[in-house]
Design a protein around this ligand. Sequence first.
Ligand code: PLP
Length: 366
Amino acid sequence: MSLLKPRPGIMDIHVYQAGKSRATGNRPPIKLSSNESALGSSPKAIEAYHAAADTLFRYPPSDHLALREALGKKEGLDSGRIILGAGSDEILQLVCRAYAGPGDEVLYHEYGFVIYGLAAQGVGATPVKAPEVDLTANVDNLLAAVTPQTRIVFVANPSNPTGTYLSGSEIERLHAKLPEDVVLVIDAAYAEFCRREDYDIGTDLVDRADNVVVTRTFSKLYGLAGLRLGWGYGPAEIIDVLNRIRGPFNVGSPALAAGLGALEDDDFVERAVAHNEEWRPWLAREVAALGLDVTPSATNFILIRFPQEKDRDAKAADKYLTARGYILRALDEYGLPDCLRCTVGLEEHNKGVVAALRDFMAQAPA
Ligand SMILES: Cc1ncc(COP(=O)(O)O)c(C=O)c1O
């Protein structure tokens, strides 16, 4: 028996359960479980990725200057206040490592992205969840849960796995009432898919405040989840703190190159957004027409609630769909055991999963 002891609390952390990628049938599975891009990766990103093969023997630049400048130009942001990470996950983790520790609380909303709790536990802090209302983060409930121990508040906007969002004015209201020594992290991983008029990514708030960070990712719209590339935008002081604790070579050169390619790929972005705008509402309508409850979504996925009846519940549906080759995301770890999350796929995948769901509902005894 080893005498090694990890730090207190580490053995309480549940290992993150990624969306399944294997089905039980013979055909290759249709993976709709991880909110990945329906259209694959940006072709310009792939081209740049291949070109980066010639320089794999070199360390990547540690200041990430070229990609930060390109992002700054594209988004109209100060590139000096952008930090890049191995996925936006890394930025979320860095904020926890920098600003929270044992005895501190990290607050987020009830069904917010599971990584917030894991990142908090990873630094010995206590994760605290504020109740949502109608599967949506609630500003009053978040504010009511703030204590003197609160160091960080995470808001997924739009949120995963619910697909709901808070308006810009609600985020402003949350920020206005938060103590100034609390970091507000607005996780905008799905921002590009959110086409609602009252939505705001939050970068203007970053420019006006000392305690707000917005995180973004190349994993979703640009289809680069496998490369691990994300970024954060914050006040100079916070970005300086995060840069001190990140690994100097935390983002590899193929990811940096692909990111630059992706930013130039306006055609791909347009196609990806148009595809999502066409098929997310279609999926939502068709699934609702089967008598299942669908939460209105501002993202590239939908949340489906199943009846809590034997043979018709989410577990039975998951099993049935998996056998038909469709992998959706079970949400037990989010406290939503009666729901499955379904990512928008290609036309044939969307039609196929709806047909499989229709058969599931028809075969289950009413
Ligand atoms: C709300 C939210 N934030 C952040 C991430 C992390 O994305 P990545 O680390 O790939 O940038 C995800 C991925 O599923 C997400 O759903």
